[in-house]
Design a protein around this ligand. Structure first.
Ligand SMILES: [Cu+2]
Length: 174
C-alpha cells in the first residue's frame, strides 16, 4: 500500500513536471525507486547450528498444524493449551502472545526414546539442539514438525520461564 502510494505520488509529480515544463530536481525519485529492490530472503541458519543440522534432515509437516499460545501475564507463564494430542506428521505452531521472550525447548529425557535426532532436525533456527530461537516480538511464531518422530509424550518447556513452570505436553499418536 505504501509503495502504491509512493508510485502514485511519483506519477503525479512527473506529470506535473512535464506539464509545467520545468526541470526541477526530482527529490522524490530515490524513495520511489527504493521499494523495487526487494529484500533478500532471510538466509538459512549458518555455522552456529551446524551440530543441529547434522543431526538429520527436517521432515516436513504432512498433517494438521495445531496452534499453542505462549502467554505471560498476571496469571503466570504458560502454554495454552498446555496439553494437546496430535498425530505423527502434524505440526505445532507456537505463537508468542505476551510476556516474552519465550522459546520452545525439549529436554531429551522428557521425549520418547529415539526422538531427539529427528525432532532436533525438525527445529529450524535452533539456539541449541532441541531449543528454538527466542521469540521476542508479539505474534512471532515458531513451528515444529512432528513428522518422522516416534509416537509418545513430548514435554515441551520455555527455557526463560522453566522456573515458573512454563511447560506443556504434546501427545503424539500414530
Ligand atoms: Cu516463556
Amino acid at each position: 500500500m505504501r509503495f502504491l502510494g509512493q508510485a502514485l505520488l511519483a506519477s503525479v509529480f512527473v506529470l506535473g513536471a512535464c506539464a509545467g515544463g520545468e526541470k526541477s530536481a526530482s527529490n522524490d525519485s530515490s524513495s520511489a525507486a527504493a521499494p523495487a529492490a526487494a529484500p533478500a530472503a532471510a538466509p538459512a541458519e549458518s555455522g552456529s547450528t551446524a551440530t543441529t543440522a547434522a543431526a538429520g534432515t527436517a521432515a516436513p509437516i504432512t498433517g494438521q498444524i495445531h496452534e499453542v499460545k505462549m502467554i505471560g501475564d498476571d496469571k503466570g507463564y504458560r502454554f495454552e493449551p498446555s496439553s494437546i494430542t496430535i498425530k505423527v506428521g502434524d505440526g505445532v505452531k507456537f505463537v508468542n502472545v505476551s510476556g516474552g521472550p519465550h522459546n520452545v525447548a525439549f529436554d531429551s529425557t522428557a521425549i520418547p526414546a529415539g526422538a531427539a535426532a529427528q525432532l532436533a532436525a525438525n527445529m529450524p533456527n535452533s539456539n541449541a539442539p532441541l531449543q528454538s530461537n527466542f521469540l521476542m516480538q508479539p505474534n512471532e511464531e515458531y513451528t515444529v514438525s512432528f513428522a518422522g518422530v516416534p509416537a509418545g509424550t513430548y514435554t515441551v518447556h520455555c527455557t526463560p520461564h522453566l522456573a515458573m513452570n512454563m511447560k506443556g505436553t504434546i501427545t503424539v499418536e500414530k
